[in-house]
Write a protein that binds this ligand. Sequence first.
Ligand code: AMP
Length: 507
Amino acid sequence: MAMLPPFSPGTPITTISLSSGTTQGKPKYIPFNDQLVESTMQIYRTSFAFRNREFPLEHGKALQFIYSSKQFKTPGGLTAGTATTNVFRSSQFKNTMNAIQSQICSPDEVIFGPDFHQSLYCHLLCGLIHWDQVQSVSSTFAHSIVHAFRTFEQVWEELCADIRDGVLTSRVNVPSIRTAMAKLLKPDPELADMIHKKCSGLSNWYGLIPALFPNAKYVYGIMTGSMEAYLKKLRHYAAELPLLSADYGSSEGWIGANVNPKLPPEFANYAVLPNIGYFEFIPLREKAEDVEKDKIDSTFPCMEPKPVGLTEVKVGEEYEIIVTNFAGLYRYRLGDAVKVVGFHNSTPELQFVCRRNLLLTINIDKNTEKDLQLSVEAAAKLLSDEKLEVVDYTSHVDLSTEPGHYVIFWEMNGEASEEVLKECCNCLDRSFVDAGYLGSRKVGAIGALELRVVSRGTFQMLLDHSVHAGGAVSQFKTPRCVAPANKSVLQILCDNVVKNYFSTAFG
Ligand code: AMP
């Protein structure tokens, strides 16, 4: 494909991207064209330049847990697939990866395989075959990295057996994957023994990534927003290896590059690339006095403040982003809340705050996905004495009871005692410190929070469900709040509840 001049308007729409549709369960159809591929490459190259200054890579390979989704034709004849699939399938992707020293370990047949369980197994196998060349371990979102190494814990002996005999397990039955893997896999008992010894020597898999890939320089993927929930587990697997958050973007287009890769993921921010779109920012009034005024003057619906331009934003303020891009989106509200934390030259550096619509709210309470995360983290600490952890979690507002109440679904990696779970439930309830929630709980305007423990593997079912519906593992984000409209996801969760508890924290 000929190189396009950077960002020319009027480039035809060649493809449709499907957003992950995390909350409502319905993907959006978004126009996609070569300009978006070009801006993706620009953002990859930009953040790589900054990253490589601090963490230089040597010549080697990248273990990337990336997957393609199914593609189909729209009634109008355009190919539709997830944005990551559209990018991975573009001719520029491989060239850019090679240019930024990230030659991918796995062959295309694995990346584009029709069954992601088989692709994941083979990604792990390819990584192990190239163990001493692996320079970085990455995926689009951190969830896929954690998911990959959790899977490794289950299948590592099978992987060793494949390496020892040079024969791929019969569980991988896609012919194209088998043919591609046969070219890589040779009997290597020495390597199998080494991996076996390393794995047997680890305590609870701590430091698994550097143990397997001693030359890796870092772990890379989006780690902010809803991905923060996986940081603890990722740190456990990565031990001392740096965790670097990847860039900020969406199916609607990229926004900013991580130009401060040394910052820990909790503080990661993204410098807006001003030439990849036209960005406006709606100020979000979060000041206490404004909220108070809204409550008093509720007969007059508050007017949304006017958007400001890229250079008019103020440090310390929060905004919602509006995007106008080269694929035809005009003043499109992205729905993300971001905070301006500084400027890189004249372009703002944004910290991701939360999805704006991901809100637990019943009356005057307002809890964001971040509030939920903090509450779950606080409660999960009570499990650590029993050496247990929360594998994943989500929430729901249950209005079928009067008054309505919050429901937290969580999955653990083992069984906790009744006492501990009751305490976790109370802790979850107490940890939502939003004044509206506390006030409503105290006067009984919101019912007792309910903790519903789901069986092992339930969140894997949500991932499978999303993939079955045409979603991509590469873009999967566990919905942190399940809307009532997302019936199928709610059904999976409810069908797998093994225990439930109601909080007694407020009497
Ligand atoms: P998608 O539906 O796959 O297009 O998801 C795009 C959404 O993922 C964005 O609107 C954000 O909410 C989230 N996202 C993307 N990049 C980041 C990031 N670096 N940090 C936090 N959230 C992100």
